[in-house]
Design a binder for this molecule. Structure first.
Ligand SMILES: [Zn+2]
Length: 125
């Protein structure tokens, strides 16, 4: 069993894993932004329901704008998340999370060549 250690710049797969990590972190950031937006929108709607500080027409317009913005953010987060399934494996170059049998966003090994995630070099050599 392989032991974990931090990747180093001189590792053969350092560049591939760095690109993989940056792309997946961007997907996580999109999901966090969407969650924060949804939380803020829910609080705003609850406050408006309780205190009704603006006329109903204005509140309806704000709700419509928030709905459109939320739909757009959801679409972007879903597309970014889906794009992570296409990120290439540093060893074989095929999608790490998509193999001949399907896709698995939580795979710990490449679904095409079996390279363990974050392996600094080819474990078979
Ligand atoms: Zn692979």
């Amino acid at each position: 069993m392989a032991t974990w250690r931090k990747l180093r710049r001189d590792d053969p797969y350092y560049k591939g894993w760095s690109e993989y990590r940056e792309a997946t972190r961007e997907a996580y950031r999109g999901m966090k932004r969407l969650g924060a937006f949804l939380g803020a929108a829910i609080v705003l709607l609850m406050l408006n329901e309780k205190f009704q500080p603006v006329p109903t027409a204005v509140a309806g317009l704000v709700a419509a704008v928030l709905s459109a913005l939320g739909s757009r953010m959801l679409g972007e987060a879903a597309a970014t998340s889906k794009d992570t399934l296409e990120l290439p494996c540093p060893r074989c170059g095929l999608p790490f999370l998509r193999g001949p049998a399907g896709e698995n966003g939580f795979a710990r090994r490449c679904l095409n060549c079996g390279l363990p995630k974050w392996a600094p070099r080819d474990p078979d050599t």
